[in-house]
Design a protein around this ligand. Sequence first.
Ligand code: AMP
Ligand code: ZN
Length: 129
Amino acid sequence: MTCIFCKILNKEIPSFKIYEDENTYAFLDINPINKGHTLVISKKHYKDIYDIPENTLKHLILTVKKLSIPIKQATNADGISISQNNEEAAGQVIFHIHFHIIPKFKNKTSNKYKEGEAQKLANKIKTLL
Ligand code: AMP
Ligand code: ZN
């Protein structure tokens, strides 16, 4: 399996984990639109919204909901955007289905983590779960 997200699940590639349960896994995006930008993936590899079984999609969206408020609180965001891309034309780059949870701010903020900041934020989100 060469999929990057499957490698993250197998711990072949490190990630800043936010949350994990039987069906889903969530971690900080490596190239965040804003700090706290989180990806929620299914543990089983499905390519996209067409491919994923309905029941697995339910698990995925419930994890998105569960994480939204802790992410908003931990980042002091003014709002949260949820997105999910299917196929290259729609901006999908990693072909393992994932939802983006993106904190949004009224004022411009930096999206670059300082040394240790991503781990600290991941820990903060976890304490708010
Ligand atoms: P999409 O364009 O919807 O396929 O989103 C793919 C996302 O995966 C992008 O926001 C990337 O920054 C993110 N990404 C790629 N590789 C990694 C990685 N190793 N760890 C965390 N996020 C990643
Ligand atoms: Zn995969």
